[in-house]
Design a protein around this ligand. Structure first.
Ligand SMILES: Cc1ncc(COP(=O)(O)O)c(C=O)c1O
Length: 400
């Protein structure tokens, strides 16, 4: 894994050696996010995207408030998926009209907050539309809405599928014309959102999904009010093991440029076109750092026991929707470049066999007190983990 920070055999985050950072934080385990890596990643995406395509950050990937403040200065908007995320997004300088609120099961209270805030409610069902209309009527605030459409296609190569076939997400594409026909002036129709899958490392299938999304939206736009917002989703993945190849952004940028030129701008000249990314922007900028508290042999296997575990970084244990468990990349922060020792099992401190962070992993000889760093921890880390499980204290998060 190509973590860039290293100095004299020591791993660094934001230029600070990890041991020094651990002393600064005052406790382990903790998450550290590298501000500069996020800045550079956003710049790389922007360089690949054609003019006129905006970038939205999906807050669910990492909602740490300091990180959101930083990202707010780099992207054009936010996608939120709860009233809590909405509150944090509104605390930044991102204007409400650049915030979209997607996600099934929005309650009347959440919808009321979103409408009062003036963000775009991405409708996931006809019930939601009825609720939004009732709230608009009761409050006199004309809600900004977009339709999240469940497409009639699936995306190949997505680690998680969120569109195509029966779904709890979005309104089925074939239902949309009828729902549009019943739409009144009481809501402010913005446009459409299609988000069909996540964690995809194949540029060709992302391009294919974008082509098909544009086909679908142009069909729907023929029977809708003018489209002022078109969210093409994202799903850009990051590598989690040596077998994964990093996503190539160039073909995606080229394809989007062609779609803009030939299809979107001529047919939907008023549309604000958005790509929505979470994991790709922050996932590789974060590490989870945990200290070795024990080293024991058991019938020929060496177990290295750390003070962290799946309660903070569930995905690294292979229990966050993975079909096949693979070790997340890891290193011993204070022993970079030392020769590799016999394989060990790195386990967390939870009293469950699920808490396996490294299965027969080859690392330098590890001693009690060493700091183990798990990479690719910037997205779907802490807030995607069962922190209450076994009642250990919550870890600190720092933006460096
Ligand atoms: C509507 C929506 N937007 C954005 C995302 C973020 O996906 P990723 O972090 O893979 O970019 C998701 C993921 O589930 C989603 O459902």
């Amino acid at each position: 894994m190509t973590w860039e920070g290293r100095r004299d055999g020591h791993l660094t985050v934001g230029g600070i050696p990890v041991e020094r950072l651990a002393a600064r934080v005052g406790s382990t385990p903790f998450f550290a996010y590298d501000r500069d890596l996020v800045t550079r990643r956003v710049a790389a995406v922007r360089a690949a995207l054609p003019d006129g395509v905006q970038l939205s950050y999906a807050v669910k990937a990492n909602p740490m408030p300091a990180l959101l403040q930083h990202v707010s200065g780099l992207v054009d908007g936010f996608d939120v998926a709860s009233a809590g995320e909405l509150r944090h997004a509104l605390d930044t300088s991102t204007p409400a009209e650049r915030i979209s609120f997607a996600g099934p099961g929005k309650t009347v209270e959440e919808l009321s907050q979103a409408i009062a805030a003036g963000v775009t409610v991405e409708l996931e069902s006809e019930t939601e539309l009825a609720r939004v209309r009732a709230i608009s009527a009761a409050t006199g605030i004309r809600a900004r809405v977009a339709f999240r459409v469940n497409p009639d296609f699936t995306v190949r190569g997505s680690g998680m599928r969120l569109g195509g076939g029966p779904q709890q997400f979005g309104i089925d594409a074939e239902r949309v014309p009828e729902v549009l026909a019943g739409l009144g002036d009481d809501v402010d129709f913005q446009g459409f959102h299609v988000f069909a899958g996540s964690q995809n490392l194949r540029a060709d299938s992302i391009c294919e999904a974008q082509d098909r999304t544009v086909d679908l939206i142009l069909e729907l736009a023929a029977v809708s009010p003018p489209v002022r917002y078109l969210n093409l989703g994202g799903g850009f993945g990051i590598p989690y093991s040596r077998r994964d190849h990093p996503l190539d952004l160039d073909p995606i940028g080229d394809n989007l440029a062609r779609l803009m030129r030939e299809r979107i701008t001529p047919h939907l000249p008023e549309a604000r076109v958005v790509i929505e990314l979470g994991r790709y922007l922050v996932g590789e900028a974060g590490v989870y750092i945990t200290r070795v508290v024990d080293r024991k042999e058991s019938r020929g296997t060496t177990f290295v026991v750390v003070d962290g575990g799946l309660h903070h970084q569930l995905a690294a244990s292979g229990n966050f929707g993975q079909v096949i468990r693979r070790n997340y990349p890891m290193a011993v922060a204070n022993r970079l470049g030392e020769p590799l020792d016999a394989p060990v099992n790195v386990v967390g401190c939870l009293c469950t066999p699920l808490d396996l962070l490294g299965d027969r992993v080859e690392l330098p000889r590890i001693e009690i007190g060493d700091l183990i760093v798990l990479f690719q921890a910037g997205a779907y880390g802490l807030t995607a983990s069962p922190t209450a499980f076994l009642s250990h204290p919550a870890p600190v998060e720092v933006l460096v």
